[in-house]
Design a protein around this ligand. Structure first.
Ligand SMILES: [Zn+2]
Length: 142
């Protein structure tokens, strides 16, 4: 569903000096885990056929080199997008967010080891990360 190329958004080639083996490894792990989550969401009827108008894929935002993150409005200065540990899934109607807030969605996040930024802070996407936020909450505010 989401490929590593979708996650990198052509930025590996654009920002080669910002790449590292650790980012590459974490990115692969993030994509694999998020795809497992999306497969479960689909089995509950969540529509994942949307394509983000800018990226042309289901990824609204993947890897962000530090310079790009710094220039991204509202991005956290310590964003996990920089380390390859966060991925924004395009979710224009909030369908995925809605499912993630159900008991089944919460159980899936816990089982897979994913943390979700609160849907009220992510209007047309779902921010998922493979490391806990400072608060340790499964659904957190940035
Ligand atoms: Zn994000």
């Amino acid at each position: 569903m989401i490929t590593l190329a979708d996650f990198f958004m052509g930025r590996r080639e654009q920002y080669p000096l910002a790449m590292s083996p650790s980012i590459e490894r974490e990115a692969l792990r993030t994509v694999e885990i998020v795809n497992k989550l999306l497969a479960q969401a689909m089995s509950y009827g969540v529509d994942l056929t949307h394509k983000h108008p800018q990226t042309g894929t289901l990824v609204a935002s993947g890897w962000r080199p530090p310079t790009l993150n710094a220039a991204t409005p509202n991005a956290a200065p310590n964003s996990k997008h920089m380390t390859g540990q966060a991925l924004d899934v395009y979710d224009p109607d909030g369908e995925l967010d809605d499912w993630l807030m159900t008991g089944e969605g919460q159980a899936a996040l816990t089982a897979l080891g994913l943390w979700l930024e609160h849907p009220s802070a992510t209007k047309s996407w779902s921010h998922l990360q493979t490391v806990p936020p400072k608060s340790g909450r499964r659904v957190f505010y940035p």
